[in-house]
Design a protein around this ligand. Sequence first.
Ligand SMILES: NC(=O)c1ccc[n+]([C@@H]2O[C@H](COP(=O)([O-])OP(=O)(O)OC[C@H]3O[C@@H](n4cnc5c(N)ncnc54)[C@H](OP(=O)(O)O)[C@@H]3O)[C@@H](O)[C@H]2O)c1
Length: 219
Amino acid sequence: MRALVTGGTGRVGSAIAARLEAEGWKVFAAGRVHGDISQVETARAVVRTAAEALGGLDLLVHAASDGFRPKPVEEVTEEDWDAAFGATAKGGFFVTQAAAQLLKEAGGVVIMIEDVMGIQPWPSFAPHSAAKAALSMLTKVFARALAPDVRVCGIAPGPVAVEPEQVERRASESLLGRIGSPDDVADAVVYLAGAEFVTGTTLVVDGGRLLQTARGSKP
Ligand SMILES: NC(=O)c1ccc[n+]([C@@H]2O[C@H](COP(=O)([O-])OP(=O)(O)OC[C@H]3O[C@@H](n4cnc5c(N)ncnc54)[C@H](OP(=O)(O)O)[C@@H]3O)[C@@H](O)[C@H]2O)c1
């Protein structure tokens, strides 16, 4: 069992990579050092490098993301927009496109690491929210495009790795009264990697954050 984890050097991605390894997977954990996946040719090269190192591919986890910076919509720049869409949506599309044939041969799985902000609009993170909504749609688009050979699922985490000064606020925003951890996302990856009748859907792992906001708070 061979897995490429984009964003595999980040907080969530490294927990996913470690968990998969503990479950017996061979893992290629890609960070920027392996190539900027917001560039199409580099995205393809990262997939090629990983597949060569692993001897094929059974699982692609797309956890890379950039441009997660709070800013009022009036101040968002083209650079902010491109950073958010580049790694998350464009990168997610082109790594999946590049991995598709290998995954078909293996009867593999794609797991997109989305965000509750792709479901719920967060005005302070407009480009990130929009890029994650695009990624959420790509989960469904690729599920249809690659069926029946490849399953494609998403995970939408709530706060699982936040700055220390944000912990109390984010905890109070969830129904469970606490933040999660990257291991909660890794658990969901292991579940979806083996969930043979699940495709085209997104598992929310947010401690009830989405429902809590529905009661009135504005992030
Ligand atoms: N943290 C949370 O609470 C939380 C909540 C909801 C959703 N998520 C989602 O979970 C995923 C991981 O989040 P995180 O908190 O672990 O983020 P992180 O620590 O900032 O890690 C980001 C990862 O993406 C890689 N990356 C960024 N831009 C790239 C590019 N252009 N090309 C290639 N790789 C690139 C980084 O590589 P380098 O290490 O080389 O910089 C790093 O591995 C993201 O999709 C995020 O939106 C996180």
